[in-house]
Design a protein around this ligand. Structure first.
Ligand code: PMT
Length: 401
């Protein structure tokens, strides 16, 4: 999956532009964020409205967005925004402009500003593709690091047969996916995730629990698995199904069960991400039978549960990376930094119940990353899957540095 990846799709004037609609659909299915730049010529082949609808973003075509106000399309920002710029289809004319730097349209100007990898998927008639000028242009672009997706052979719009068909959208999307997956430092690493609540039994029918839905743990597991990691998720009770068959799921109920599973697995792990909302206390005694309603008051004596994350931090080797969460209701940052240090964490993800839409149950969260040396990085309220992508990106950056 490409969640959290920003893909800029450039479209130039070729009959193959209709295939770009399918390419965008594939990228969106893979959860990429997609923006589109078109040349004016390409809009003769496919409508900007179609591509705007599929990409869920306005399409950029002109340097000027609004003539009256003078608002301009910021090609520099677009170039910097993208994690990958794919020009598909790339016509012979546009390929030649990329080589010469002839920035008479927004697409080429953006190419000149882009800092990310640039890919092109040429599409043209077979003789145009064979022509020495096209060949020279493509080899110049390759020399400068542009990745060229070879066109395929087959029937062309001219009616002729030969090499020049733009590669199929599904194949291009798969190549992009493989590119980002191969890129992840998490590929093949063992990652242990805790998620969900714990239920501490009072009697056979009652328990002490909390509002965690288990969503965060599952989304974290999904995100790590997408990046090629070997993921074990230890989750407390949840109604959400884990769909990815590559995730090893261990279902537990209580803090003691979670503790046992973590103790068994931690030494074989490279990374731990502990998002579970573990009950800090459990009843000292669990009644064998359902407690009958008799007295006006009922006292249940509670004892402290082990702090699973604290144990894990104490047993952390130098080659292991540990992330904890903190759910606070007051003095959030101060308490967060205390937990970071006490539990020997590399990263603490802080969320506060004071922020609307954050914490339990919601599909969104608003988090800050706390690190040693009082480093703090705060994010907007986002969809939880985007929050997980931010967390995993942060871990990747730390492991790469
Ligand atoms: O499941 P969702 O509905 O998506 O909700 C997500 C969440 C709100 C549960 C999640 O974002 C979150 O904040 N998880 C941590 C909740 C929590 O218990 O925070 P804490 O500040 O009490 O604990 C700090 C850290 O120690 C946590 O990483 C926790 O997993 C860990 N801990 C705490 C107590 C304990 N006995 N053992 C632990 O391992």
């Amino acid at each position: 999956m490409l969640s959290g990846k920003k893909i800029l799709v450039g479209v130039t004037g070729s009959i193959a532009a209709y295939k770009t609609a399918y390419l965008i659909r594939e990228l969106i299915k893979l959860e990429a964020e997609v923006k589109v730049i078109m040349t004016k010529a390409s809009s003769d082949f496919i409508s900007p409205l179609t591509l705007a609808t599929l990409s869920k973003n306005p399409v950029a075509i002109d340097f000027v967005k609004d003539e009256e106000s003078g608002e301009w399309e910021n090609h520099v920002a677009l170039g910097l925004w993208a994690d990958l710029f794919i020009i598909a289809p790339a016509s012979a004319n546009s390929i030649s402009k990329l080589v010469s730097g002839n920035a008479d349209n927004l697409l080429v100007a953006t190419y000149l500003s882009a800092k990310c990898p640039v890919w092109i998927a040429p599409a043209m008639d077979l003789d145009m593709f064979k022509h020495f000028s096209t060949n020279e242009n493509l080899s110049k672009l390759r020399d400068k690091g542009v990745h060229v997706i070879e066109p395929t052979e087959g029937e062309l719009a001219s009616g002729l047969e030969g090499k020049g068909r733009m590669e199929e959208p599904e194949v291009i999307a798969q190549l992009i996916h493989e590119y980002f997956m191969a890129d992840s430092i998490l590929k093949g690493r063992n990652i242990l995730i805790t998620g969900g609540p714990t239920y501490e039994a009072i009697d056979p029918v009652r328990f002490i629990g909390n509002h965690s839905s288990g969503k965060t743990g599952i989304l974290l597991a999904d995100e790590c698995a997408k990046r090629g990691a070997k993921v074990t998720l230890i989750t407390g009770p949840t109604n959400i199904k884990v769909k990815d068959p590559h995730i090893n799921v261990i279902n537990v109920r209580s803090a003691l069960e979670m503790m046992q599973a973590v103790e068994k697995l931690w030494s074989g792990m490279d990374i731990g991400i502990f998002s579970a909302a573990v009950a800090d206390y459990r009843p000292l005694e669990v009644a064998d039978e359902k407690i009958k309603k008799s007295d006006e008051e009922l006292t249940i004596k509670l004892v402290k549960n082990p702090d699973i994350l604290l144990w894990t931090g104490e047993h952390k080797r130098a080659d292991q990376y540990l992330v904890g969460f903190a759910l606070e209701t007051e003095n959030e940052v101060e308490n967060g930094f205390k937990k970071l240090a006490k539990k020997n964490l590399d990263l603490l993800v802080l969320n506060s119940l004071n922020d609307k839409g954050a914490g339990f149950g919601h599909d969104t969260n608003k988090v800050s990353f706390l690190k040693t040396n009082n480093k703090i990085r705060s994010f907007e309220l986002k969809d939880k899957s985007a929050v997980m992508a931010d967390i995993i990106n942060e871990i990747e950056e730390d492991l790469e540095s």
